[in-house]
Design a protein around this ligand. Structure first.
Ligand SMILES: C[S@@+](CC[C@H](N)C(=O)[O-])C[C@H]1O[C@@H](n2cnc3c(N)ncnc32)[C@H](O)[C@@H]1O
Length: 154
């Protein structure tokens, strides 16, 4: 990839998820990612040939902008949409700019769903964790893959 995600160095089990996906789900299938940020997982999924539904509530993560970094420094970050265009992957990705807990559950049945380190966000504390998990479960077709990881260390 020509650019790096701001979350590049957060530990993750995504490589195991992607390896299992490749065994079980053919390229061209659709994977939903909840809390995509600037695309740490969306870009490799799209590059592997999957269609991706990318759900994110944060406008800076999607469109880019100034971000605070540890050490009280600031930087301009590219958002998901520009990163996808740079890699010419944007046609494989549908971006849903919304809070995943807003309104009715998305009426989609994907082949797999993935999230990393989104459940504990303070924006979600007004609803039970089970509701987030249930909305993710409804996004996957029967027999599809459900992947989630929670509060991974940096
Ligand atoms: C810690 S970041 C992780 C980014 C990326 N998934 C990773 O692990 O590298 C979690 C992301 O989930 C998003 N998120 C959390 N709750 C959300 C919700 N209810 N709806 C949409 N996005 C959400 C946040 O805005 C944030 O961009």
């Amino acid at each position: 990839m020509q650019t790096q995600s701001l979350w590049e160095h957060t530990l993750t089990f995504f490589p195991q998820f992607l390896a299992t996906l490749r065994e079980r789900v053919a390229p061209g299938a659709t994977v939903a990612v909840v809390g995509v940020s600037d695309g740490k997982f969306v870009l490799p999924l799209a590059a592997a040939g999957y269609r991706v539904v990318a759900i994110e509530r944060d406008a800076v993560a999607l469109h880019g902008g100034d971000v605070h970094l540890p050490g009280d420094s600031q930087a301009h970050a590219l958002g998901l949409i520009d990163r996808l265009k740079l890699e010419e992957l944007h046609e494989r990705v549908e971006v849903v700019e919304d809070d995943f807990l807003n309104g009715e559950p998305l009426g989609l049945q994907c082949d797999a769903v993935w999230t990393s380190c989104s459940w504990h966000y303070s924006a979600n504390h007004h609803r039970p964790l089970g509701e987030f998990v249930d909305r993710m479960r409804r996004l996957v077709r029967p027999g599809g893959m459900f992947g989630a990881e929670f509060m991974m260390p940096v």
